[in-house]
Design a protein around this ligand. Sequence first.
Ligand SMILES: Nc1ncnc2c1ncn2[C@@H]1O[C@H](COP(=O)(O)OP(=O)(O)OP(=O)(O)O)[C@@H](O)[C@H]1O
Length: 588
Amino acid sequence: MPRSHIPRDGGPRQPESSPAPGGPGTDSTAAPAPASRASRPRRPAWAAEPALRRAAWLQAGAALLWLPQAWLLARALGTLVAGGTGVEAVAGEAGLILLLGLVRAVLDIYGGRLAFRSARDRLGRDRARAVAALAGLPPLDPGRPAAGAAAALVTEQAEAVLAYWHRFRPAKLRVVLVGPFILLAVGWVSWLAALLLLLTAPLIFLFMALIGWRAKAASEARLAEVADMHGLLLDRLRGLPTIRALGAVEAAALRLRSLSDTVRRRTMAVLRIAFLSSTVLELFSALGVAMVAVYVGFHLLGELHFGTWGGELGLEQGLFILLLAPAWFEPLRELATLWHDRASGEAALAALQKLGDASAAGSAAAAPADEATPAAPAGAAGQPPALEVRALRFAHPGGVGSVFDGFDLAVAPGERVALLGPSGSGKSTLLALIAGLLRPEAGEIRIDGLPMTPASAPALRHHIAWVGHRPHFRAVSLHANAAFGRPGTLADAALARLLPGVDPARRVGEGGVGLSGGEALRLALARAVADPDAGLILADEPTAHLDAGTADDVADALLAAAEGRTLLVATHDPRLAARLDRIVRIVP
Ligand SMILES: Nc1ncnc2c1ncn2[C@@H]1O[C@H](COP(=O)(O)OP(=O)(O)OP(=O)(O)O)[C@@H](O)[C@H]1O
């Protein structure tokens, strides 16, 4: 086996060195493109979603049709009461009322459906953006959002945005659009009735603003509390064996119980505010309608003679005002019942956008939309790619100094290279940089001639397989874990070769429970082999924590998996390194 020692100077650490301009230590340049995207003024989803706007206009149009309907109804009732000329006398009005009702129903239903569909689409895109940004975060980033909190936000809490968009915003437009028309129509008949309606509105808005402000704060506090609870739950579940071993099960359960109690109290606070806002509105709207009804009633009885434009109110006009008065308060009441949707929706939306922005800004690999992706990915047609690292400089954000400063490495297609070096010298960091999971401050990484950039990383990563010493597996069969959604025949062949004699249908526990260390590594290698596009295998200490015999087995499997592929292995295992084509020493 040819073997060459090429001591490479990974560059001395520079504890005193300040981050270079453009280095990860500076906010503006750690991930320039996503950061600039994040700093762009965000248009509200409302403005960005024409379908949502259209839907709200349709629903507002439907609400406006109540005006002619009310007028026709008042006229028909007036005719019936005054003339007694039979039902035929109001047949025209009745037909028009029915027709308008039909149009109104169609507009309302269609608008409602459109609003729901577009809100769901929009939320789907926002969720996908947050998840993509999260997925783009390097696994080595200590600032990754807590998994439980992120999962709670993306799945459960984000649902609050849906109600906010498809119900609250259309209701708000109805208030803004339909209200003035009702006021004009009532004012045209009686200025006093319009004034009564108008005077009650500011009180309603004032209370809504006060309550909404409290509701938003309460919703945000609840969201934070729910996120904490999910994070804690996930953490305790992961650490269950340790908790058991330390006899701390009771303490962990108590902590969870007290957190869930806090969440319950916060939820009740949000609900209390929601009920309070509805009650306040009901009270004011009932008072407003009652005042108008009293005025109209006394006017019709001849007790009051003012408040109109000269003449007396007739039955038709009185009825018209009485039919419109509740319609003036109706959108306001609806808005109030949805007020807590707005509060929780805005809180969830802000958290979702923050998650997407923060993750995108922190992500070295997040591809900015405006950067071109490479036309042809490396390693096409099953050829192992070449790897070139030139003048690499990198320091972990918040790290003590540079891990690499002027590091070079060239790996030929199909070559199998071991990275040897003491702990902390930067082997795992180098693999992460090559995989595009971290972004170098300076220098270049090329895979089959194509530079690894935030834009090209997702495409290039299709041609890279990563095997860590603690691979993650899902609670499905060995076969499903190896296939990972790819054609099953490749996984079958890979399993037969790397885990001979083991039933591919055997079920794996969550996180790989039920597999020995060696089996887990061989399964991870089978997963790499089952990916026909993965021409470059990056293995991070595949034989760590294994006994000598198992480590040899894994090394056999690794070499088998690397046939016809380029292999880069970070290892402390000299026996494994000796079996590869070349050793590169990383000097701290
Ligand atoms: N996310 C991080 N933030 C800050 N510093 C980090 C981070 N990850 C690693 N480092 C530091 O970078 C240096 C290189 O770490 P790395 O894990 O790449 O070394 P390694 O050679 O793979 O070590 P080992 O052989 O022990 O796995 C270490 O000093 C480590 O403390």
